[in-house]
Ligand binder design. Sequence first.
Ligand SMILES: *[C@@H]1O[C@H](CO)[C@@H](O)[C@H](O)[C@H]1NC(C)=O
Ligand SMILES: *[C@@H]1O[C@H](CO)[C@@H](O)[C@H](O)[C@H]1NC(C)=O
Ligand SMILES: *[C@@H]1O[C@H](CO)[C@@H](O)[C@H](O)[C@H]1NC(C)=O
Length: 375
Amino acid sequence: MEGSQALVLFTLYALLYHSVAADHTARYLSEAEEKELQIQLKSLNKPYDEYGITFDCVDIYKQPAFDHPLLKNHTLQIKSTSFLKSMNKNLSSETVKLPRRCPQGTVLIRRTTREDLIRAKQIQRTKRIGLQEDTVSVQAYTVGVSFSSWNRPEKFYGISADLDVYQLSGILDSQTSATQMIISKGERGPLTFHNVLQAGFHVHHEVEGDNFTHFFTYWTSDGYQSTGCFNIHCSGFVQTSEKLTPGLVYTLRNLALSIYRDRKTSNWMLYNDQEPIGYWPKEILNNMADSSRIQLSATASSPTDQPSPPTGNGELGGASFKKIRVLNGGLDPYPSNVQHAETFLDIGKPFYEGIYNVDSGFIYGGPGGWEPPKF
Ligand SMILES: *[C@@H]1O[C@H](CO)[C@@H](O)[C@H](O)[C@H]1NC(C)=O
Ligand SMILES: *[C@@H]1O[C@H](CO)[C@@H](O)[C@H](O)[C@H]1NC(C)=O
Ligand SMILES: *[C@@H]1O[C@H](CO)[C@@H](O)[C@H](O)[C@H]1NC(C)=O
């Protein structure tokens, strides 16, 4: 009995040694050490499935972000050094209910599949060739509020807002519906210095592979040309949360998002309420000493031969961004008179709605149903 166990263990060790043959420091572990190691490995590598998606708990230092060539010398930043005074300190928000999914020292990462990469390639291709290749083109309709510092002395260093999150149904695989924060610099060119960071929630079959509502991120440092991607379809975005990660199916009813530049490290932090989700390291951005434009918006896209899909909760003005705070260099909220808010609306009632008010925030949403006239 004991003998056969020892043999099994020996065989395992032999296999282990074989696979780490180059590691001369390898040694026999005590039984206790081995047990501990196995438990650790199990919790580290135990994948779990949710809505048909596989997630892993990955050693925070070994996450895919660090494969980015510009992050060779990057120092991991687990928490912000800058205290965001404006951040919602009232933890009544639903998001604190998110269960901790990974052990300490690891981060939650959505496993990228072959299909994910194939679809991501398709997105790149569609972007490059424009959307006009097919006989049926795709049209996007956006409603939002923007804060811009163009030709003005103000510089923006962050944004925070509370977002209502809804599960929308009936969105076709060829359509998308997204609600997001977009913070950027260099919008007026050249493209190679157009840096953009995005976070929010969407139904987007091409990105996520299903029709659920997902938490998502996006970044580019060259105006959507060749850098950046959604979620972690490429390396760059550093994940620090054990709970919330880009690509997760998001079923709670709100998100309290902040994106802001850390005053010490210059990394662009992404927080949900008081919890760090991750950040965009300064190394992958080439023009984000500050931001010149912030947008809170909803975008519905659809092939032009289909009625456009809903946004928000599917009702006119049924969804909102609340507690909107545009942050200055000290990460304090700018007074509303220097935020220079402008609302924009591609298609209005009865399809979509968008109203900004300093006190009540940005109210938006609609059932969609718009079809461009046929000529
Ligand atoms: C990392 O540091 C080394 C040594 O200082 C330097 O040669 C290299 O260029 C750095 N790489 C990046 C990507 O910053
Ligand atoms: C937190 O928010 C809830 C609901 O909005 C409110 O009832 C409560 O008084 C708030 N608590 C604090 C400490 O502000
Ligand atoms: C998602 O699509 C499936 C079939 O493709 C459909 O049965 C389901 O109702 C859809 N769910 C939503 C939320 O639209």
